[in-house]
Design a protein around this ligand. Structure first.
Ligand SMILES: C[S@@+](CC[C@H](N)C(=O)[O-])C[C@H]1O[C@@H](n2cnc3c(N)ncnc32)[C@H](O)[C@@H]1O
Length: 235
């Protein structure tokens, strides 16, 4: 079966189209001071990366300051010049609320692409519209994901605390890799387990059987970042 790539910024019935300037702000639910910036003082910067509507009305989107007033296309193009070599994949069989959070973290850690395996429609709520700045690819099943990865020469690493899993804390993840996560409840499917190169577990110490997939994804992505990312530490 074939895989399909969503255009960054693609909309679904779950994320109705909003004009760029009206993209929902992250902290607009009464939790604190309004984020972002108001209208840009004139004269306006002359650069096609800037969005005249945002310059005129202000930019309240959930983007880092260096991208204030930029069009979404310009932001995606800039991110594309420096995306990391890891991919994130997540199984989507039951509309798991964690997927949005996985996508948001994938954006924060600048994953190359996000892969949704299973149902095409996924629960975007926790993504806080970060998916608009990501390349998202859909695969109908794990076999399609692993076939795509094999063609790209990228190993798929399952992340789950399954019998036989190797501790992530003792594993060097490959620089180019797909990190595949399961969903709440069942975890990685048997099909996924059969297709991955290896499975890594995250050490736990308490009574719960597992952490949630969003937390596990953040930990695994950060393991990759700690090893390979160029980090600008403050002097
Ligand atoms: C809530 S877990 C469920 C499955 C789990 N195997 C169990 O026995 O309960 C959902 C997903 O979160 C991730 N996950 C949760 N805890 C993990 C851990 N300790 N190590 C690795 N992945 C974990 C995995 O991707 C897993 O598929």
């Amino acid at each position: 079966m074939s895989t399909t790539e969503e255009k960054p910024g693609a909309e679904t019935p779950e994320t109705p189209e909003t004009p760029e300037a009206a993209e929902p702000a992250q902290y607009d639910e009464g939790f604190g001071p309004e984020i972002g910036v108001g209208p840009h003082p004139e004269p306006w910067p002359e650069d096609e990366r800037y969005d005249p509507e945002l310059l005129a009305e202000g930019d309240r989107r959930n983007v880092v300051d260096e991208y204030r007033y930029w069009t979404r296309e310009a932001i995606v193009a800039d991110l594309d010049t420096r995306r990391h070599d890891f991919h994130v994949a997540v199984e989507n069989w039951g509309h798991d609320f964690n997927i949005g959070s996985v996508v948001r973290t994938a954006n924060a850690f600048l994953a190359k692409e996000v892969h949704i395996v299973g149902r095409r429609r996924w629960n975007r709520r926790g993504a806080m519209v970060t998916d608009r700045y990501q390349h998202v690819r859909h695969h109908p099943d794990t076999e399609s994901l692993t076939a795509w990865a094999a063609a790209e020469g990228i190993p798929v690493i399952g992340i789950d605390n399954l019998p036989g899993a190797v501790p992530l804390e003792r594993t060097v993840l490959p620089r180019r890799c797909v990190l595949l996560f399961g969903q709440e409840g069942p975890g990685l499917t048997d099909e996924a387990r059969a297709h991955v190169e290896m499975v890594c577990s995250i050490a736990q110490f308490g009574s719960t059987r597992s952490i949630n997939a969003g937390a596990a994804a953040a930990i695994a992505m950060h393991a990759w970042v700690q090893r390979y990312a160029e980090i600008d530490f403050p002097a």
